[in-house]
Design a protein around this ligand. Structure first.
Ligand SMILES: Nc1ncnc2c1ncn2[C@@H]1O[C@H](COP(=O)(O)OP(=O)(O)O)[C@@H](O)[C@H]1O
Ligand SMILES: [Mg+2]
Length: 239
């Protein structure tokens, strides 16, 4: 059985795309068949983070119709497969979001893991990206605003029959004003699957178009991304 997991966060810049890119590569390192999908149609940047901005056929073309999904699948680091979205305004206008479910169904037949990078917030596009998954991971920064919005997202996911599996805290600096993992766990009523530190190695790797897990594998953030990948693979084994 394949697993279709969407990563959701209330605000942009929380680190969602970074988590998808790095956990995808770390899962590929664990010999999992994994594909990452950029469902952030308006603000696509997963391909950029992976250095794949030259991709000619994108998810936009597939959603516009007349292009095969297999032509939009590229090969990323460690053999991870990637379906990027385009950045042109014309492509955005032509893309029909209602076709996304079919794309996900097709991908889930071919891969063990499908990680979906959705838009931030809770507008129609973000809710569509959640609704096409089986499970949702809430990506939060350790502050009250982020948690309260994530709780709302959790409730919406449950109504859509998408199972919330846990929380990933990002950009953590361990300062005393940040909400600690135990409290996040209690507030969200979900396990904290990982706490990704704020790490300059991430910004450096983004600038170079390479995930931090391959660019600086020993950095603190890379270690935590790899731990998260192991957790998700293990969770899958116990289902
Ligand atoms: N753990 C981190 N440490 C340092 N910088 C980070 C971290 N996660 C993300 N960033 C920075 O924040 C930017 C936005 O992250 P991104 O993953 O695109 O957020 P989102 O997809 O939630 O909008 C990245 O380009 C990167 O520079
Ligand atoms: Mg993003």
């Amino acid at each position: 059985m394949s697993r279709v997991i969407v990563l959701a966060s209330s605000k942009g810049g929380a680190g969602k795309t970074t988590v998808v890119a790095n956990v995808g590569v770390a899962m590929a390192q664990l010999k999992q068949e994994v594909v990452v999908l950029d469902a952030d149609i308006m603000m696509a940047n997963l391909g950029l983070l992976l250095g794949l901005e030259e991709q000619r056929v994108t998810l936009h073309d597939v959603l516009a119709g007349g292009v095969k999904l297999s032509d939009a699948i590229s090969i990323g680091q460690e053999g991870m497969r990637v379906v990027s979205s385009g950045v042109s305004l014309e492509g955005i206008q032509k893309a029909k979001l209602e076709r996304l479910k079919k794309v996900v169904n097709e991908l889930s037949k071919k891969f063990e893991f499908l990680l979906i990078d959705g838009p931030s917030g809770l507008d129609r596009d973000a809710i569509t990206a959640i609704s096409i998954a089986q499970e949702v991971i809430l990506v939060v920064t350790p502050d009250i605003a982020s948690l309260s919005n994530a709780f709302k997202t959790k409730l919406i996911a449950e109504r859509l029959n998408v199972k919330p599996v846990g929380v990933v805290t990002t950009r953590v600096t361990w300062k005393d004003f940040e909400i600690p993992p135990e409290k996040i766990n209690a507030t969200m009523e979900l396990p904290v699957l990982a706490s990704i530190p704020e790490d300059p190695a991430v910004r450096r790797s983004v600038a170079l178009g390479e995930p931090v897990v391959t660019h600086s594998p020993k950095s603190k953030a890379a270690r935590e991304f790899k731990k998260l990948a192991r957790t998700l693979v293990k969770l899958s084994g116990t289902d």
